[in-house]
Design a protein around this ligand. Sequence first.
Ligand SMILES: C[S@@+](CC[C@H](N)C(=O)[O-])C[C@H]1O[C@@H](n2cnc3c(N)ncnc32)[C@H](O)[C@@H]1O
Length: 209
Amino acid sequence: MQPSEAVKAYYDTRAPEYDEWYLGRGIFARRDRPGWHEELAVLCAAISSLPPVRTLDVACGTGFLTRHLQGQVTALDQSEQMLAIAAERLPEATLVQGDALELPFEDDSFDRVFTGHFYGHLSGEERAAFLSEARRLAAELVVVDSAVRPDHEREEWQTRVLNDGSRHRVYKRYFDADQLAVELGGGTVLYAGDWFVMVTTGEQVATSR
Ligand SMILES: C[S@@+](CC[C@H](N)C(=O)[O-])C[C@H]1O[C@@H](n2cnc3c(N)ncnc32)[C@H](O)[C@@H]1O
């Protein structure tokens, strides 16, 4: 199940401007996002405090969150453009171009699969494939994603406009952390903010806001 041409085109085009979303630059400078930067700092600290084990970051993008993972890190993405940026940011990590739904690794190759802002873009069938792959590769899965927002449906199709004016249709979900833990087959909420959630299927100590 390869990512569609539309998904590839969207992320390849978005790669050089992707971090503007995190940093509140470009078109995101005009967005009113109260508490965003403070929460992002807490989220990054929570990622840093995960025990340093062999971790695979699936759909790592530019490596913005990946760089906070401790221990031996492998970072995978389908997009060459995303990986080129991640490579500069993650000199110690192993970078792999591949499909998150057919991961190119042997069973039990890692202790943890980590994924940020990827799970919420998957359809039901894709979710099942990803979760099966994550379980095959590691005992623990950590999912970071967007929290439920008052101005968004929990599940919606969005039209995203990039800096070059291109328009892209993107499927996106917003999560209640406790419900995400249940959906993942049982887990612990590590972070539940107004903007981000982080859930592990392993045993960890939650970070307070
Ligand atoms: C919203 S970005 C998230 C990037 C990063 N993990 C973060 O939290 O900022 C989604 C990423 O998923 C990647 N992606 C989408 N479908 C994929 C697939 N089937 N296999 C691997 N990567 C995929 C895209 O190239 C993109 O880098």
